[in-house]
Ligand binder design. Structure first.
Ligand SMILES: C[S@@+](CC[C@H](N)C(=O)[O-])C[C@H]1O[C@@H](n2cnc3c(N)ncnc32)[C@H](O)[C@@H]1O
Length: 217
């Protein structure tokens, strides 16, 4: 049975405006390119974009990972339809998959890297742990998880801006992020130590770049 999920801009009727909104309010391409740079993608790698939304990051991954396999996965069929349109226009070989929210539709140990931007603040604590466990399962030993998402606020101004986002968005899925709990939740799901490779001030608060690795055995 599909798990409930929060659409990209909270309400389904806003989904067609997601690309426009994020480009206008966030340094979207800078964030996604920075995440890709952080992941040091190599040709021939198999890469998953977890919660790919409209596939902007997925398409950038494909550009950097020529001859590799790139898969975008999301729970929302409406946003995947937008992603599919963009992918068809670019004649891309990306595969898009719908995810029912718990078990990922892949066998164990198949991906070299999993990337994800602005997804985990949409998940409850239990959903975050499930997702991290599943990502851990589908990564190869020493495979890497790279995330760009809201993190612990660096300044009082960032905390205030994130509070405003929480009022419009919600508190129950975003609190883990701002309380700095994502690294702990990743480790609870079986990952090695988590590095925070950067923090960036934005209009909606501090965005953090996380990296962690699957244990060898
Ligand atoms: C704010 S959007 C980010 C989309 C894209 N990653 C980006 O950076 O533009 C969050 C996305 O997470 C997806 N999502 C929510 N719950 C999910 C889950 N359990 N598994 C996978 N994707 C999920 C939503 O459908 C939405 O497309």
């Amino acid at each position: 049975m599909p798990t409930t999920y929060i659409p990209a801009l909270k309400y389904h009727f806003l989904t067609p405006f997601y690309d426009w909104f994020i480009r206008l309010t966030m340094p979207e391409l800078k964030v996604k390119n920075r995440l890709i740079y952080q992941a040091q993608l190599q040709p021939n790698e198999k890469v998953l974009d977890f919660g790919c939304g409209t596939a902007t990051l997925t398409l950038l991954i494909e550009e950097r990972c020529s001859s590799g396999t790139v898969i975008g996965l999301d729970t929302d069929p409406q946003i995947l339809a937008i992603a599919q349109k963009k992918i068809s226009q670019k004649k891309s070989a990306i595969t898009l998959l719908t995810h029912e929210g718990s078990t990922l539709p892949f066998p164990d140990c198949v991906f070299d890297k999993v990337l994800s931007s602005w997804v985990f603040h949409h998940l409850t604590t239990a959903q975050k742990i499930t997702a991290f466990k599943e990502i851990n399962r589908v990564l190869k030993p020493q495979g890497e998880l790279h995330i760009a998402d809201w993190g612990k606020s660096e300044t009082a101004l960032m905390r205030f801006l994130f509070f405003v986002l929480q009022v419009f968005d919600n508190f129950y899925t975003t609190n883990d992020n701002v309380e700095g709990k994502l690294p702990d939740l990743m480790q609870k799901a079986g990952f090695k130590e988590v590095e925070i490779l950067g923090n960036q001030s934005t209009l909606f608060g501090t965005l953090s770049y996380f990296k962690t690795v699957k244990c060898s055995s």
